[in-house]
Design a binder for this molecule. Structure first.
Ligand SMILES: Cc1cc2nc3c(=O)[nH]c(=O)nc-3n(C[C@H](O)[C@H](O)[C@H](O)COP(=O)(O)OP(=O)(O)OC[C@H]3O[C@@H](n4cnc5c(N)ncnc54)[C@H](O)[C@@H]3O)c2cc1C
Length: 394
């Protein structure tokens, strides 16, 4: 059986981010690395957005960036400058292609296109083959959540039967990139959350990112316990476009669908194992927002730093009080104690966008936290915080 230093199981955002940082490291780029994915013919299957203060490693891939965001609910239209942060968009395909083409120059990296069947101890098995490694970095969900209700049903049943301790929601969305015949969009502003849409008895908003004056990504996003039928997203998007841009003709350039788990449950982690979960299954998704791109970069850099120093890598992101805030917010959303539309509108209407961004990046000061929390109903949040604390002690 072939033996490698590292196997990267799954060449998506986390697997390729890890490969990128390994390949940039003068020591680690000499290691024997196997990258396996069921499809190395990448498509533009997702668009990543994130905020940051300084230029990132992938600045050269930025399709568009904005210095203002807006939040809308009923008659309220908030326009918030994001400085010193910039909100950025990177398209999946340009990210995949840039990392893969750079890594293909390194002859120490071996590529296999195959569906992985299992990963056990130090061995990855796929149809017709197997390989061994000192460390296996796994970003493969054992089940594909998109349009399948396997994990959804399973996770809710597990929660109901108390086999998993913490609430579980899906952030699910459909986005289309549309182009009008004439200039329509305010290019300076990313419409982060427009809550003037069907809330699906949960939390839902439209996300509109203008790329040119004629072109924008329009995405209907829902935080709820169950993924919806595709017709529901289609209807919401169509109705929104007709209402906001009446009688304007447009063409659809691109479509994407996603379902991101919003939970603090860890399903796949064994500290003693040499199989290191990364990305979504490695806990890199912020449970209360679904943002993961920046956390994945932090996580994979942390792994590379440990490997460089000859230490056992660990994909656990630093624990801060923010994970407790996430748990409280998720609990409130899961139990429908207050709508996400109300919570996020209150937070954004009383705080600068930069303060909220720092808070959501797990980097706010205690002073920022108090300011943000003072905009929310004290009794509800305090009561939930106590409940979450008691739950964590069980
Ligand atoms: C449509 C979409 C948009 C998103 N937008 C944002 C955003 O704007 N901002 C943000 O911060 N986060 C966003 N996210 C969340 C998160 O950043 C992404 O989900 C990210 O891609 C997660 O990285 P990952 O490596 O864990 O999983 P993936 O990127 O999904 O990678 C998993 C890889 O494993 C491969 N694979 C799966 N099963 C097998 C198998 N059996 N054998 C071999 N290979 C297999 C897949 O082909 C894939 O390449 C988005 C997610 C989606 C789905």
């Amino acid at each position: 059986m072939d033996k490698y230093d590292y196997i990267i199981a799954g060449a998506g955002c986390a697997g390729l981010s890890l490969l990128h940082y390994l390949n940039q490291d003068a020591l680690l780029c000499q290691k024997k690395i196997l990258v396996i994915d069921q499809s190395l013919q990448k498509t533009n299957d997702r668009t990543w957005c994130f905020w940051e203060e300084i230029s990132s490693d992938f600045d050269y891939l930025t399709t568009k960036s904005w210095d203002t965001i807006s939040i809308h609910k009923d008659q309220l239209d908030l326009l918030l400058p994001t400085k010193p942060f910039t909100y950025k968009m990177v398209e999946g395909l340009s990210f995949y292609e840039s990392i893969i083409s750079a890594a293909k120059k390194n002859k120490q990296i071996v590529w296999i296109e195959a569906k992985i069947e299992s990963i056990e101890d130090n061995i990855v098995y796929w149809e017709g083959g197997a390989a061994e490694a000192t460390y296996i970095f796994n970003s493969i969900l054992a089940y594909n959540p998109v349009f399948q209700d396997v994990l959804q049903v399973q996770s809710l049943n597990l929660y109901a039967s108390k086999q998993i301790a913490k609430p579980f929601l899906w952030q699910h969305f459909k986005g289309i990139t549309i182009e009008f015949n004439q200039s329509i969009f305010d290019l300076q502003t990313a419409r982060l959350m427009d809550f003037n849409v069907d809330q699906q008895n949960a939390t839902a908003f439209m996300y509109v990112l203008p790329i040119t004056a004629k072109r924008a990504l329009v995405e209907y996003t829902v935080f709820s316990k169950e993924v919806l039928d595709v017709s529901v997203y289609n209807y919401a998007i169509q109705e929104y476009i007709e209402r906001n841009y009446p009688q304007q003709k447009f063409t659809i350039i691109h479509e994407e669908f996603g379902a991101i788990p919003m939970t603090q449950n860890t399903f796949f982690h064994n500290e003693r194992s040499n199989i290191i979960p990364i990305g979504t299954i490695g806990g890199a998704v912020k449970a209360s927002t679904g943002y993961a791109f920046k956390f994945i970069q932090e996580q994979t850099k942390q792994i590379v730093s440990a490997l460089h120093q000859g230490e056992k890598p660990n994909s656990n992101l630093p624990k801060t009080r923010h994970q407790f805030y996430d748990a409280v917010l998720l609990d409130i959303l899961f139990n429908n104690k207050m709508s996400g539309a109300e919570i996020f509108t209150r937070i954004f209407s009383k705080n600068k966008a930069a303060t909220v961004f720092r808070f959501l990046s797990n980097r706010s000061s205690i002073f920022d936290d108090i300011k943000i929390m003072s905009t929310l109903p004290t009794r509800l949040f305090l009561f939930t915080a106590i409940r979450v604390l008691l739950r964590s002690k069980q």
